[in-house]
Write a protein of this length. Structure first.
Length: 89
């Protein structure tokens, strides 16, 4: 394609985060996107965006949909729910 690699639509990290809504980021310790996820969370927080980040040890990518299989997946769903309730007040 002809899209520039630094296009903000390819990576939310490239976008100015000011004014974005509260954000919950969950990432596995061995996720191939861990570095990018943590960097984005830091960028959001630095810009004043309410941000919560939860890192799950021992997991890679795509664990959150395994509720009933891994206790951490259930914990993740609970943490997301709590965050939504908190920022919706």
């Amino acid at each position: 394609g002809t899209t520039e690699i630094d296009n903000e639509y390819l990576s939310p990290y490239k976008r100015d985060p000011k004014g974005l809504p509260p954000t919950f980021i969950t990432v596995g310790e061995h996720d191939f996107l861990k570095v990018e996820s943590l960097a984005y969370a830091a960028k959001l927080a630095k810009a004043g965006v309410e941000t919560k980040t939860v890192l799950y040890k021992g997991f890679g990518h795509a664990y959150a949909d395994n509720v009933g299989v891994y206790p951490q997946s259930e914990d993740c769903a609970i943490e997301i729910g709590k965050f939504i309730l908190e920022v919706s007040k």
